[in-house]
Design a protein. Structure first.
Length: 171
């Protein structure tokens, strides 16, 4: 019966289950990566010290709130595609390419960690755009395009901040 309900949902969406399978797999992986990223951002927010504390503390909060919103959007998209999103952190840790970070106090170290994670997320989102396009899944394409647009701007700003810090010997 459950399979029938899944097919019915995809039938209403005019999507083919076999074509969407790769999208579901990619979204499930992205969900795990975003959950670990979110937790890492909380740690950066709590533990940042020193020069730039006020700015970075607020920025990390903004970033983890954004990541939490994306986690919810990805999980809901999985549900729309007839899948069940994983909710166990132990399972996220098994599959996530983004790994739990150690405690980081240095602003530059934290920003570098964020950039390294964004590199992973952006790569996976670009792959999802391709998979979703092939499956005729314009909604997932649009979602990933929105993520990419914001993340590319964030990368530019973080790199500018790190380059500014290097010139001023702040890191």
């Amino acid at each position: 019966m459950k399979g029938d309900l899944t097919m019915k949902t995809l039938d209403y969406l005019n999507l083919d289950e076999k074509k969407v399978a790769g999208v579901v797999e990619g979204l499930s992986q992205l969900l795990a990566d975003f959950q670990v990223y979110y937790t890492n951002l909380r740690g950066l927010h709590w533990n940042v010290r020193g020069k730039g504390f006020f700015t970075l503390h607020a920025k990390y909060e903004q970033l983890y709130n954004d990541a939490a919103e994306k986690v919810d959007e990805i999980a809901e998209r999985l549900l729309q595609l007839g899948a069940t999103p994983e909710s166990r952190f132990s399972e996220y840790l098994k599959v996530s390419e983004v790994k739990e970070s150690q405690i980081v106090h240095c602003g530059c170290g934290g920003l570098t960690q964020v950039l390294d994670t964004l590199k992973v997320l952006i790569r996976k989102e670009r792959k999802l755009v391709s998979l979703a396009s092939e499956a005729g899944d314009e909604v997932t394409v649009a979602l990933m395009d929105d993520y990419l647009q914001g993340q590319e701007k964030l990368v530019w700003m973080l790199v500018a901040e790190l380059n500014n810090g290097e010139k001023n010997d702040a890191c």
